[in-house]
Design a protein around this ligand. Structure first.
Ligand SMILES: Cc1cc2nc3c(=O)[nH]c(=O)nc-3n(C[C@H](O)[C@H](O)[C@H](O)COP(=O)(O)OP(=O)(O)OC[C@H]3O[C@@H](n4cnc5c(N)ncnc54)[C@H](O)[C@@H]3O)c2cc1C
Length: 548
């Protein structure tokens, strides 16, 4: 183990490895320290269009051919078929009720499908994290990162001149001096402990427990509930969400046949199931028995790993950066898997940190005060925003029409961001806030939505209840109107939303573009054009296949 480096990154999930590799590309001397080994299981698998946009931008800016390929399902299959993944065409939601099979009521079924891509070739993917994270580590090593696994770090000392990390590896003690430390340890919370960063969880709204695993032989919902009206894509090739009385369940199907699935239980759900003290398998079976259609889907499923239970998945810190250190999003905060925000948020932070280091690569080498404060302030607002959007969705789960309306905020915000980032890209895109943060129209809506949901739900059981729910739906529709480029919140769609280019073209003025300009830019929705030459800032060989 060397005695010094410029940047030490703790944690080799995809975020730590990718950032390590980019910094090495920029000419930094980087060490990447991992407490475990690869390949290893990791949770958090379902990617999204905004995640893929970040991946593509990183690819094109730093000459990372694999990132470009992995940013669409078609390119992934063509070039990296050995890395397991699953086709994700969109977000599928079903509302189930205890003791009752999911009811096929045609277009009135409690079912919401929102397409994220128009076809399979440019679709998103679920990442089989054991393969994908291992790949990113190998690429980091190939780019010159000094990667060490099986590391047990015990001390992080910060002075105004440097940081010092100490610990042991395979029985040998070591100590490394670094100019800067990046904590990518996720919920491992390395710097949270070392710097005694106070928790900020008390000020947040979302709470959930988790039972999860990977399974073989999970049936398709389309086979268990046949003849549902055709949606914009096959229901099961998506991030499938089963909304329940006790919380919700995710089900992500990999192309290899394995399915990743987990129940997220609210404190109320956990109490009503008397979950405490039960083992994960018993709890899992109890939930399958309670929801017959899910029970059928998983009737023959065989876990490929022991089922696991986590009593609380949320964490949140009060600091995300300081002198000579910074936290990646997953080390700073985690809210919930609903709406798959984690990968996109992590990759956005990789972009921001890479830009911060790029800006000082010739002068100073490490980001200082104002840059770190900007990073921290944005992360804080974004963590709050994710929390409010998810907390609103949890509140709305009791009534599927409210839930669908609340979900329209998420889909409105991300589809507007995707369209504007793809159609009018600029160098500052990475610094735009996530989920409407910094957007004068969108930023405050989740807060208002929470208040409106409370009022609406307080009328439950009264004669005004149904009218209040309709009012909420109408309010969301009008609140997102000036950002609605995807034809969302349209009752005529019966909760089945394809990717609608006509709606996008019709919404050209919302994007500040002429109709003709939007039409001319439509090919950009299938992938960013590749640059003709290699980016100047990057050192080392760049795969020629990346460039036109
Ligand atoms: C139930 C659940 C479902 C999720 N589903 C989704 C989803 O569908 N889509 C989505 O976008 N996001 C999802 N997420 C979020 C997603 O998991 C995270 O955003 C993602 O894992 C962040 O990646 P990362 O590389 O920053 O951190 P991690 O994947 O957490 O990696 C951290 C790494 O640091 C290492 N480490 C930890 N402590 C130390 C230490 N002290 N020293 C050295 N190394 C250390 C760990 O071994 C690990 O390799 C989900 C999260 C949960 C909990």
């Amino acid at each position: 183990m060397k005695a010094s480096c410029e940047i030490a990154i703790v944690g080799s999930g995809f975020a730590g490895s990718l950032l390590a590799r980019i910094l090495a590309r920029l000419g930094y001397d980087v060490i990447l320290l991992e407490r475990g080994t690869h390949p290893r299981f990791a949770i958090g698998e379902s990617s999204t269009p905004l995640a893929n946009l970040s991946l593509e931008r990183l690819a094109l800016r730093y000459g990372l051919e694999d990132c470009y390929a992995l940013s669409t399902h078609g390119r992934w299959l063509a070039k990296y078929a050995h890395l397991r993944r699953g086709l994700k065409r969109g977000f599928t939601f079903y509302r189930h009720h205890p003791g009752r099979a999911f009811e096929n009521r045609g277009l009135d079924s409690e079912r919401l499908l929102v397409a994220a891509s128009p076809d399979d070739s440019i679709a998103d993917s679920h990442w089989f994290r054991a393969d994908v994270d291992h790949h990113f580590v190998r690429e980091a090593v190939a780019a010159g990162v000094d990667y060490r696994d099986n590391v047990s770090l015990t001390i992080a000392d910060f002075s105004s001149a440097r940081a010092e990390l100490s610990g042991s590896r395979r029985g040998e003690n070591f100590s490394i001096r670094a100019s800067f430390v990046i904590d990518a340890s996720g919920p491992g919370g390395f710097l949270a402990r070392q710097l005694a960063i106070p928790s900020g969880l008390d000020a947040t709204l979302t709470r959930a427990s988790l039972i999860f695993g990977h399974f073989d032989d999970v049936r398709l919902m389309a086979d268990v509930v046949p003849d549902l009206p055709a949606g914009p894509y096959p229901d099961d090739w998506a991030a499938v969400h089963h909304v329940l009385d006790e919380g919700w369940m995710y089900s992500l199907r990999f192309d290899s046949g394995i399915t990743s699935a987990g129940f997220l239980l609210t404190p109320h759900g956990r109490a009503s199931l008397r979950a405490d003290g039960q083992d994960a398998t018993t709890l899992w079976q109890q939930l399958l028995a309670r929801y017959p259609t899910i029970g059928e889907v998983f009737a023959k499923a065989r876990p490929t790993m022991p089922l696991a239970f986590r009593p609380l998945i949320q964490h949140r810190l009060t600091r995300a950066a300081g002198e000579r250190w910074v936290l990646m999003p997953h080390a700073y905060a985690f809210v919930d898997a609903l709406f798959s925000t984690g990968i996109a948020w992590a990759l956005r932070a990789v972009e921001r940190l890479a830009l911060m280091f790029e800006a000082v690569a010739r002068n100073g080498r490490i980001p200082l005060g104002a840059a770190l404060e900007r990073y921290e302030a944005l992360l804080r607002r974004e963590a709050d925003q994710i929390d409010r959007v998810v907390a609103g969705a949890y509140k709305a789960m009791s009534s599927f029409d409210l839930f669908c309306a609340q979900a329209m905020f998420y889909f409105g915000a991300v589809s507007f961001a995707e369209a504007s980032q793809r159609l009018s890209p600029d160098d500052q895109v990475a610094w735009r806030g996530f989920l409407g943060v910094g957007d004068a129209v969108l930023e405050d809506l989740p807060r208002e939505s929470l208040q409106r949901l409370d009022r609406t739900l307080s009328l439950r059981g009264s004669v005004e209840a149904s009218g209040a729910r309709d009012d909420f739906t109408r309010w969301i529709r009008s609140a997102i109107q000036s950002r609605n480029v995807a034809g969302l919140a349209d009752p005529g769609r019966h909760n089945l939303y394809p990717v609608d280019f006509d709606a996008l073209i019709a919404a050209h003025d919302l994007l500040g573009m002429t109709r003709r300009h939007v039409i001319a830019m439509l090919p950009a929705l299938r992938g960013s054009p590749r640059p003709a030459t290699a980016p100047a800032s990057v050192k080392g060989p760049i795969p020629p296949s990346l460039f036109t």
